[in-house]
Every structure is written in structure tokens, then in C-alpha cells.
Design a protein around this ligand. Structure first.
Ligand code: CP
Ligand code: NVA
Length: 314
């Protein structure tokens, strides 16, 4: 695929779109951007179109502010405003937007829509969350882990508690790429995507179990997410019943490694998947994690849209 800048275009639809070395370079760039060691207007005059078919606080604001800080501009395109909301195809939308902007971010339901958009766009496409994956959040989570434990993440133990959702699938992808030891405790019928799981299981560092205490034992990171994701609101009551044993509270955190941290992509439901004393307590890094969306996505935007190596990778 040839882009406007005549370089091969890259998309970021999944953590697995980047090699281990690329992920490490991206995280190093994010750290430099965060520290202020690098300031870059690499995207001057460039525009990111942001298609939102679901709500967002962090994703919208971090991408919009990130583009501004890089000297560029971001367009917020909600489903209610643009013609895809009235049935215009993603293929046509991709081709039209590619004539106006240098990158497209999409948040939607079906992962296949993200894939379709990337297929027909001639500019880079970023997955800002689908029902299957949330790779941008994982980049921020990995940055937060590095800040806590140092650059080398291989062998770090992560416990996922609860729904086998888009975040769980993205942790599985990250474990496969970076050698994390990932244990997921999920109830029956709420397990991660079988294809995502099968690929990571081949690497051998991802285990699925039922008991949250077993998953958390000696973990460096304990993480969870809401029981009903966007689009699943109608299943909230049955999900609440299925997940009652999957609460991250102080008692569970004491099973983790000393110095373990708690992560949550947010928004959170205090008193459901996580107790207030954990999310608002000393182990919690959730607001650092949220802020890191900005830094790591700036590194991502530069990598994909600048048509030159990202800052510090020259
Ligand atoms: N974590 C996250 O993606 O948050 P938003 O839904 O607010 O974008
Ligand atoms: N799993 C959640 C993540 C929100 C950022 C959802 O998809 O709604």
C-alpha cells in the first residue's frame, strides 16, 4: 500500500502489528516525550480524523491534545454527525477521508470495521478500541509498568481478573510480544477470544484459570475492567451474577507480590470489579496510566504519520 508520502503505510490495529523491538522503541520514545527531553512538532500541518461510534473521555482527549502538541490538528467525527451513521460504507469513508487527512483513528463495535477501514484507507489507521481489542490502552499500561519496574518487562507477572474482553485480549497480545507471564482468571462463558488465546498459548506464557487467587499469586501487576463493556449494558444483571467472585479488593491484593501495582483502563465501577480502597489506595496507578495515553499515543502518531523516524529514533 502506497501512502500520500509514498512510503509504505503502517496501521496499528493490534499490539501484534508491531514487533517486540518496535514496541520497545515506541515506549522509549513515549518516556522521552513525557520527560520533556523531546519536544516535537513532527505533525505540523497534519490532521488526524477521529471516528467515534462509542463514547470516550481518555481516548478522545489524549489523541486530540496529542495532535495539538505535535503541531497538528484532530477532527472529532461522531457517528451522529458523519454519514457512516446513516449507512455510508466504511470503504467509501476510508477513501474520502484519505484525501483530506494524514491519519484516521476509529473507535467502534465490530473489529471487522477497523480492518475494513484500514484496508481501504491510504493513510495509517489506528484502532481506538473495538469489541475485540484496545491496543492503545495497552501501550499506556506497558509504559506504566516500565515506569514502575524498569525497561525490561520480560518475565513480569500480570494477573487479569474478570471479563475476557477487549482489554484481556490486548494483554494476551502484549504478553506474546514482550514475554510477560500473564494469568487470566475469567468465569466460564466469559473467556478471552479463542483465536487470540490460541496464538499466545503457542508462545507458552499465558494461562487461563478460574480462581482469581491463583492468578494473583506473586503477580507484579493486578488488573481488571468493567463487567459490562460498551454495547453490553443490556447484559449487566447477568454479568453481575457471573462476576461476583471476581472482585479486586484488599484481600485479593495481599496475595500479589509485595510492591504490586493495580491498573484499570477506566472508566471504573467502584464496588463492582474493584473496591474503592484498591483503586484509590497506594497500589493504584490508574491516573498515571490514564495520563500515559497521551505520551505513548504521541509516539505512535509520530511513528505512523510523520513520514520520518519518530523522535529519538533517527
Ligand atoms: N480507557 C479508555 O479508553 O477510556 P475512554 O473510554 O474514556 O476513552
Ligand atoms: N472494556 C471496556 C473498555 C473501556 C475503555 C469497554 O469496551 O467498554
Amino acid at each position: 500500500m502506497i501512502t500520500k508520502g509514498s512510503m509504505a503505510k503502517r496501521d496499528f490495529l493490534a499490539i501484534t502489528d508491531f514487533s517486540r523491538d518496535e514496541l520497545k522503541a515506541l515506549l522509549a520514545c513515549a518516556a522521552r516525550l513525557k520527560s520533556g527531553a523531546e519536544q516535537d512538532h513532527a505533525l505540523e500541518g497534519k490532521t488526524l480524523a477521529m471516528i467515534f461510534r462509542k463514547s470516550s473521555t481518555r481516548t478522545r482527549v489524549s489523541f486530540e491534545v496529542g495532535m495539538y502538541q505535535l503541531g497538528g490538528h484532530a477532527l472529532f467525527l461522531s457517528d451522529r454527525d458523519i454519514q457512516i451513521g446513516r449507512g455510508e460504507s466504511l470503504a467509501d469513508t476510508a477513501r474520502v477521508l484519505s484525501g483530506f487527512v494524514e491519519g484516521i483513528m476509529i473507535r467502534t463495535y465490530k473489529h471487522d470495521e477497523v480492518v475494513q477501514l484500514a484496508r481501504f484507507a491510504t493513510v495509517p489507521v489506528i484502532n481506538g478500541l473495538s469489541d475485540l481489542l484496545h491496543p492503545c490502552q495497552l501501550l499506556a499500561d506497558l509504559q506504566t509498568m516500565q515506569e514502575e519496574f524498569g525497561e525490561e518487562l520480560e518475565g513480569r507477572r500480570v494477573a487479569w481478573i474478570g471479563d475476557g474482553n477487549n482489554m484481556a485480549n490486548s494483554w494476551i497480545n502484549a504478553a506474546g510480544q514482550l514475554g510477560l507471564e500473564l494469568r487470566l482468571a475469567c468465569p466460564e462463558d466469559y473467556e478471552p477470544d479463542p483465536a487470540v488465546l490460541a496464538r499466545a498459548r503457542a508462545v507458552g506464557n499465558v494461562r487461563l484459570m478460574r480462581d482469581p487467587r491463583e492468578a494473583v499469586a506473586d503477580a507484579h501487576v493486578v488488573t481488571t475492567d468493567v463487567w459490562a463493556s460498551m454495547g453490553q449494558e443490556g447484559q449487566a444483571a447477568e454479568r453481575t451474577r457471573a462476576f461476583t467472585e471476581f472482585v479486586v479488593d484488599d484481600r485479593l491484593m495481599t496475595q500479589a507480590s509485595p510492591g504490586a501495582i493495580f491498573l484499570h483502563c477506566l472508566p471504573a465501577h467502584r464496588g463492582e470489579e474493584v473496591s474503592p480502597e484498591v483503586i484509590d489506595g497506594p497500589c493504584s496507578r490508574v491516573f498515571v496510566e490514564a495520563e500515559n495515553r497521551l505520551h505513548v499515543q504521541k509516539a505512535l502518531l509520530v511513528k505512523l504519520m510523520a513520514n520520518r523516524p519518530e523522535p529519538g529514533m533517527r
